[in-house]
Design a protein around this ligand. Sequence first.
Ligand code: SF4
Length: 382
Amino acid sequence: MTDAALPTPASELITWYDVARRDLPWRRTRDPWSILVSEVMLQQTRVETVIPYYLRFLARFPTPAALAAAPLDEVLALWAGLGYYRRARLLKQTAQAVAARPDGAFPRDAASLAKLPGIGPYTAGALASIAFDAVEPLVDGNVARVLARLFRIEGDPRSGAARKAVWATAAQLLPRERPGDFNQALMELGATLCLPANPRCSACPLAHRCEAHRHSEVDRYPTPRPRPTPLAVRIAVGVVDAAGSIAVLRRREGGRMAGLHDLPSCELRAGDDAAVALSRHLAADHGIATLPLRAIGTTRHAITHHRITLEVMAGAALERTPRNVVRERAPDGGHDAAPLGLAAIADERGIEFVTRERLAELGLAAIGRKALAVAAKARPDQ
Ligand code: SF4
């Protein structure tokens, strides 16, 4: 046998992948746009969750040009439930940049791909190698874990020297033939066998090469990142009704979850009464006066490093508020203009009142969806 015919980690991994790989929709295509959509959706989200979103999204936006031309509202509504909405906005920016290129197509090399908005080193490597067969490495969380264990790489592979080491190792292992399949095989190994806890080493095609396995030190790799203590936060969120319609807020551009709809809410300080604080917030920030709000239940929500208790309030909005009366006065200080209705208040303060049917169509953020679920279960006398 010549050296060239000796099995390598890459050849063993690809042989295993050809047999063991899961049949996933984005693995049936080399279309860079479809691959990009899948990669973006799969960030921090499970495969089973992503599949229906991926199929719906591509049916509606089959090309970057289709997404580039779509209103953000519609994009966010299709994304609702996947979380991490920043991804949807960045994907739209990527689509706009691709659609604006002279040929309207993706560049084919990782360095040019990484210059597009929303595309980092990992996604550039994935697109270049999977869609265009470029010999480009990639490292995501799964790959970092596999490589850290295979070669007992010390340190947090998300930063510093350990990060450089896993990227260099990924590049070193990468074959010239089928680089995209090799990259996907590494990710598949991390997703199905080399799991964060209790990896299935007995089924692993690389067990005989794995340093951590050989030293019975699989649990030591990768070095865990020190986790900050989660912060406890209380938020009051309102299901505020006016003649059967519900007050909905569009989150402001530049803030968290910008462009997405949500129910009005405010963060509570220690000792705050949720109903009183939310009433004040509705009046001061949104110009909406309400009848006394009542507590209808609580639920939990977690956002990176925050453990949130949502205190859900319900109540009816009044048609007019003292503040609105001031705003109704004509600019020259003369006689009152026509009274503003709730719809007009909506335009000025980012709040609109929508029917429950329309509410179901809007891309509502997680806090709003959880509050509505509490409201749906609340007794009428609450
Ligand atoms: S032998 Fe175990 S720890 Fe090593 S790469 Fe395979 S699954 Fe991961």
